[in-house]
Design a protein around this ligand. Sequence first.
Ligand code: HEM
Length: 511
Amino acid sequence: MLLFLLPLLVACIIFLLHSRRKLPYPPGPKGYPIIGNMGIMDQLTHRGLARLAKQYGGLFHLQMGRLHVLAVSTPDMAQEVLQVQDSVFSNRPANVAITYLTYNQADMAFANYGPFWRQMRKICVMKLFSRKRAESWASVREEVDSMVRAVMEKTASQVNIGEMLFALTRNITYRAAFGSLSHEGQDEFMKILQEFSKLFGAFNIADFFPWLDWIRGQGFNKRLMKARQSLDGFIDTIIDEHVRKKKSDKDNNKDESPVEIETETEKDMVDELLAFYSHEDAKNAFYDSQSTIKLTRDNIKAIIMDVMFGGTETVASAIEWSLAELMRSPEDLNKVQQELKEVVGLNRLVHESDLGKLTYLKCVLKETLRLHPPIPLFLHETAEDSVIAGYRIPAKSRIMINAWAIGRDPNAWHDPDRFNPSRFLKDGAPDFKGSNFEFIPFGSGRRSCPGMQLGLYAMEMSVAHLLHCFKWELPNGMEASELDMNDVFGLTAPRADRLVVVPTYRLNCPV
Ligand code: HEM
């Protein structure tokens, strides 16, 4: 019996392996030999990929040189990669620039899925983004207050509210990361961030043809080295300052209990991360003899960059889009302001405790995130060969999940291109927590956004304050229909033009 069954089993396994190898790739445009589809490189944006999806479907394949690229554009395909097979689809693709600038993926956002990422994520979620870290929430409130005061000084004149919002979120994240100690270096730090952002997105032939890496010019290498040196110089100084301050606080408080010391000092993110810091000359995070994770300076620098990249443009662009959509929809603007009048009244400013009652405002923010997800394409990479819907997906394929196209999928949304916040008032309307795959502005599953609560809080606070304190009009008698609603594509997709508006004060009390 065994002699009969064993060859049969082996034959079955060989057949299965063979047939799996022979599965086709998902459909996609025909490419040329060697370069594949590199002729349509310029289509790798949320809009370009959404156009191609209309022709090739919710899962299509592009061959970019040696690289397999899969575009995911429908809720069911998103569920497949973010939930059903998420352990295979949760790595991050890292090009030459990303690898070098993140100290060899020593952060959380670019680390591949695995034990190291899991530890980093635990530290970030529990120590940096937790609601318990009251300082981040306080910095949102204080910075929003100071923005409202700045707008107040310019009432009845044109205000570039878009610029102010980007400055607002830069201030919030910078303060949350470094505390108020080092506010002065902010401009220098922003320049470093901009250079990182350009280098992350720079075209590099070796990403598509690894054997052509030798072509990478010395100029590019020098730019990479210079950018990392600037960051090293900047954050090392801040880390040293924090270490000195921690030591001097300890010396000054020798007689007090550790609990008293903790509550007295306002902690920023660098302080939180320094609690896991080790001076030992380790290349990357490691465990000490008590099995406690230890971070190196490189880990701390890379995590701070994650926070700056993750928390600045995303939030600013979402707030700017919501205001722009409301300027185009006076009826919805009126509804939100009426709600603010009823819940808060015109004799005081908005308090945190009001936010839970601002139902229509929340619908406006959801509708904005549906139409303009701040990160329109999520980039993942497959850890091993897999199969979706009978198609072959090779290991190390680049997966582009098109949240922008998914939020506008006509099979999932009625009248998908129309800004209609009241769709979220209906019973059973989707939520963005990650289990409704037609609405995933914060992603879903393992790699979903760990800063969602903080991001939402900053959005709700800013929009509620701006709409409660001021009436808004477009400048120079501009018609709502003339407002430019184009976006620019990068790591995020903000409005192409900053929004300029004319505010008039609306309350009966001083700011
Ligand atoms: C409106 C605000 C925000 C939106 C819409 C947003 C959206 C997202 C999305 C879509 C992802 C990637 C999901 C994926 O790859 O599958 C992500 C990841 C991430 N976000 Fe956010 N985000 C926001 C605010 C924030 C804030 C305020 C922070 C930090 C202060 C933050 C930090 C991060 C980090 C570190 C990651 C990487 C997580 C990982 O790879 O494990 N985000 N976010």
